[in-house]
Design a protein around this ligand. Structure first.
Ligand SMILES: Cc1cc2nc3c(=O)[nH]c(=O)nc-3n(C[C@H](O)[C@H](O)[C@H](O)COP(=O)(O)OP(=O)(O)OC[C@H]3O[C@@H](n4cnc5c(N)ncnc54)[C@H](O)[C@@H]3O)c2cc1C
Length: 306
């Protein structure tokens, strides 16, 4: 306790009080709206603050976890011991000719709108993904035949020791829902996108069309983390789940969406445990019926409720 109090005193020397929250209920910071309290949640306002916080956590041996918009995580009901560093106040977007330089906390939505305003094409696929640039880089987010790896030129990241690295596309190792950022526990701070000059009207129309498709096909009226499972090789998770007659199956307040079987939704005040138990039901049913293993795309963090 004393060590922790000392840590908080030092934290207050780095970052303004208004950007530090103790006992932060993670359900307020995740799109699934579940999760117990994090001991501390900080929202740094500069790259230097991020770096100083990481160095402090390392020196004081306090574990830390990075989040962006919390749209691809399930925080367990016991919450998170240590510090959650939420990268959302680093959100500057700059345009330099055909490049967009976006800080990691900028949303994909704002960045794709900035691209549209500048008549730059390539980011249209991302307009409806509710994540941050950092989370999207870490996950190599993608949709509708587009993905981050097609347009990322380079990124500035912080390694575990608080050192800055400038990584080019190859070094970022962007693969299906994975990257060097996730593998090495780097913190993404800034991403440069290489886009192309396009037709303003076509970009606008494509973004409207993709938004319409999402509204029609996805259960956006309920909290979720998007597609719960990764695409298994040679299959579609949603088709396997549908063909296992799992649509509408529920555990507690969690349900396999009737509108889109690839989504588990928080239908009625679900706990993280409800969602995790439902994930298990889906995995076991699909395995028994089709001999295919489903792995969660959504990242599961924190500890169980005691
Ligand atoms: C309705 C809905 C629809 C969705 N549709 C799609 C879709 O079409 N395609 C798709 O790919 N995803 C989709 N998602 C999932 C999610 O939006 C993406 O994965 C998004 O890129 C996650 O970004 P985030 O900022 O929310 O990350 P978070 O959920 O905060 O974090 C996800 C992971 O990234 C890491 N991370 C976050 N920020 C950083 C950073 N700055 N540096 C290092 N690591 C970081 C976290 O540690 C964690 O491991 C959807 C989600 C929802 C709720």
């Amino acid at each position: 306790m004393r060590r922790f109090n000392n840590f908080i005193v030092k934290l207050r020397e780095i970052i303004a009080q208004e950007n530090i929250e103790l006992e932060a209920e993670m359900k307020n910071y995740t799109s699934f709206k579940v999760g117990g309290p994090a001991d501390v949640l900080v929202t740094p306002t500069s790259k230097k603050e991020v770096s100083d916080i990481v160095k402090l956590c390392k020196d004081e041996k306090i574990p830390f976890y990075i989040i962006g918009n919390g749209s691809n995580i399930i925080v367990k009901d016991g919450g998170i011991r240590g510090v959650v560093i939420k990268i959302s106040k680093l959100n500057k977007i700059t345009i330099e000719e055909n490049n967009i330089i976006a800080e990691a906390g900028a949303t994909l939505s704002d960045t794709s709108i900035a691209a549209r305003e500048a008549c730059l094409t390539g980011l249209e696929f991302a307009c409806g993904i509710p994540g941050s640039i950092g989370g999207a880089l870490a996950m190599n987010a993608g949709a509708y035949d587009g993905e981050m790896s097609f347009i990322v030129d380079s990124a500035i990241v912080l390694d575990k020791h608080g050192e800055l690295l400038n990584l080019n596309k190859q070094q970022l190792e962007l693969e299906y829902r994975n990257s060097i950022v996730l593998k090495n526990g780097y913190i993404a701070l800034e991403v440069t996108f290489a886009l192309k000059k396009g037709d303003c009207e076509k970009i606008k129309n494509r973004m409207s069309e993709l938004t319409k498709r999402r509204v029609e096909r996805q259960p956006l009226e309920y909290p979720s983390a998007g597609s719960t499972f990764k695409r298994p090789e040679g299959h579609y998770a949603s088709k396997l789940i549908q063909d296992s007659e799992l649509k509408g199956t529920s555990v507690g307040g969690a349900e396999v969406s009737i509108k889109h079987s690839g989504f588990i939704i928080n239908k009625n005040n679900a706990t993280a445990q409800d969602i995790l138990d439902l994930i298990k039901v889906v995995q076991e049913t699909v395995r028994a019926k089709f001999q295919v293993d489903l792995y969660p795309e959504v990242r599961i963090i924190g500890e169980d409720k005691k």
